[in-house]
Design a protein around this ligand. Structure first.
Ligand SMILES: *Cc1c(COP(=O)(O)O)cnc(C)c1O
Length: 464
């Protein structure tokens, strides 16, 4: 232990008064700066005590620099925008669906003041928060009634509790999915108080399996869209229409957890294979639930559509209050749903637009960004490469969309170091890396951000 170094440790006030600290933390709150100073002093003390710091004198400049860096980092919003150059459209870690500009404007207008959340302008009395979106959802999906909650996991929890608590829920073994690590059908079931009645095998479940499982304790027939994987090969499952018929004959509600929530295929080939909300409802099932922030392209929400009597029962359930949607989400959802009333919804909802961009357009955009990278020509191998984009968010797992990638192989630094440097930009740039090469998939990058991306890539390659 070095007593001399310990004696040289600066006091908090000394560092606060240091003109370099003052100048470089101007505009940062006093509390943040003091916390940073304390942390750096304490860190330095520990390094002296455990012997990792050995020197004749304490390096004051280094301490000041660490304080400034730490305060700047602490002053930054933790939840902040990034540029998604992975091409994964519904990137769960990057916030799933980006909202349309018009949607954001509506949210900010409502957020800053008072609003009609539970106020009925016509009567001047109390209104319902659910009324803002219910008729829109019905109009767009063809449903009789609708209810929205916090997310689709909450929707499933509510549906199971309200309709099947203390009763058996029949589910095919091939549909006992886990989504995003924490949503597991059997666990949600257990929490809701319903009991799981597994039928069939992983790859095959027959109509007779459902028929054979039904007894006096059966409370629901549940079908889960295996939205994040597919069982391929020698398989068999029972269709929605057939299940709906069985439920009607036996007077048991049939529920479909659709998950991804594509409203319509909009005549786009890429969407052709995905089952839609409209077609699910047409099959005759009683309830369909899906997420707001997957293929619908809106905010996080769980949307429940179905028959009037069941939806009213769900609305009255005490859990609905605990799972309710807040005003900002509701505003974003209403504004997103309104886009579905427009003829050009496919281009107006960012998620739908990104997913349906034609390959020629993506190639043209990639060439545009590559041209902006010219200044980095001798610092890296830069070229265009054919690639595939993923839908993400556990949606359409077998669909791979043709795209054009910008491949970057840096000459003077490693791919890993370049990836990390791009992550530490003011607006972090998240890229793909494979085969020791870095790739930008511009499907998910707005053209307005191209210049920023190019500038950052060039700076990083230059080691700036
Ligand atoms: C995504 C998904 C969920 C969970 O939805 P959240 O909105 O993320 O809570 C549940 N079921 C299925 C089939 C899904 O795809």
């Amino acid at each position: 232990m070095n007593k001399k170094l310990l004696r040289e440790l600066p006091k908090v006030d000394e560092l606060l008064a240091d003109c370099r600290v003052a100048a470089q933390t101007a505009g940062i709150s006093h509390q943040i700066v003091v916390t940073a100073i304390r942390a750096v002093i304490e860190q330095t003390r520990q390094s002296i005590l455990n012997g990792t710091l050995q020197a004749d004198r304490l390096d004051r400049d280094a301490i000041v620099e660490r304080v400034v860096t730490r305060a700047a980092a602490a002053n930054q919003m933790q939840l902040r925008p990034v540029i998604n150059a992975t091409g994964v459209v519904l990137h769960t870690n990057l916030g799933r669906a980006p909202l349309a500009r018009v949607v954001v404007e509506k949210v900010s207008a409502v957020a800053a003041g008072y609003n009609t959340l539970e106020y009925d302008i016509a009567s001047g009395g109390r209104g319902s928060r659910y009324s803002h979106v219910e008729s829109l959802i019905c109009q767009i999906t063809g449903a009789e009634a609708a209810l929205v909650v916090n997310n689709n996991a909450a929707a499933m929890m509510l549906i199971l509790s309200a309709l099947a608590k203390g009763r058996e829920v029949v589910v095919s073994r091939g549909e006992l999915v886990e989504i995003g690590g924490s949503f597991r059908v059997p666990e949600i079931m257990e929490q809701s108080g319903a009991s799981l009645r597994e039928i069939g095998t992983t790859n095959k479940t027959h109509f007779a399996d459902y028929q054979g499982a039904i007894n006096a304790a059966t409370g629901m027939l549940l079908k889960v869209h295996t939205s994040n994987y597919r069982i391929v090969g020698f398989t068999e499952e029972v269709g929605l229409a057939q299940l709906a018929e069985l439920g009607k004959a036996q007077q048991i509600p049939v529920v479909y957890d659709l998950g991804s929530g594509l409203i319509d295929d909009f005549g786009v080939a890429q969407f052709g294979a995905e089952i839609t909300v409209k077609s699910s409802l047409k099959s005759g099932v009683d309830v369909v639930s899906f997420s707001g922030d997957k293929l619908l392209g809106g905010p996080q929400a769980g949307i429940i559509v179905g028959g009037r009597a069941i939806v009213e029962k769900l609305k009255r359930h005490p859990m609905t209050r605990a799972l309710r949607i807040d005003k900002l989400t509701l505003t974003a959802l209403e504004a997103t749903l309104r886009l579905y009333l427009e003829d050009d919804v496919r281009t107006r909802v960012p998620v739908l637009n990104m997913l349906s961009l034609p390959p020629e357009q993506l190639a043209a955009r990639a060439r545009q960004l590559l041209a902006l990278l010219k200044a980095a020509d001798d610092l890296a191998d830069l070229r265009l490469a054919d690639g595939k984009s993923q839908v993400g968010g556990g949606s359409m797992p077998t669909v791979l969309l043709d795209t054009t990638l910008i491949a970057i192989r840096p000459k003077a630094l490693s791919v890993g170091a370049m990836q990390a440097a791009l992550r530490s930009c003011t607006v972090p740039i998240i890229v793909r890396v494979f085969n020791d090469c870095l790739y930008l998939d511009i499907r998910t990058v707005e053209t307005a951000d191209f210049q920023y991306v190019a500038d950052q890539v060039i700076n990083v390659l230059k080691g700036e």
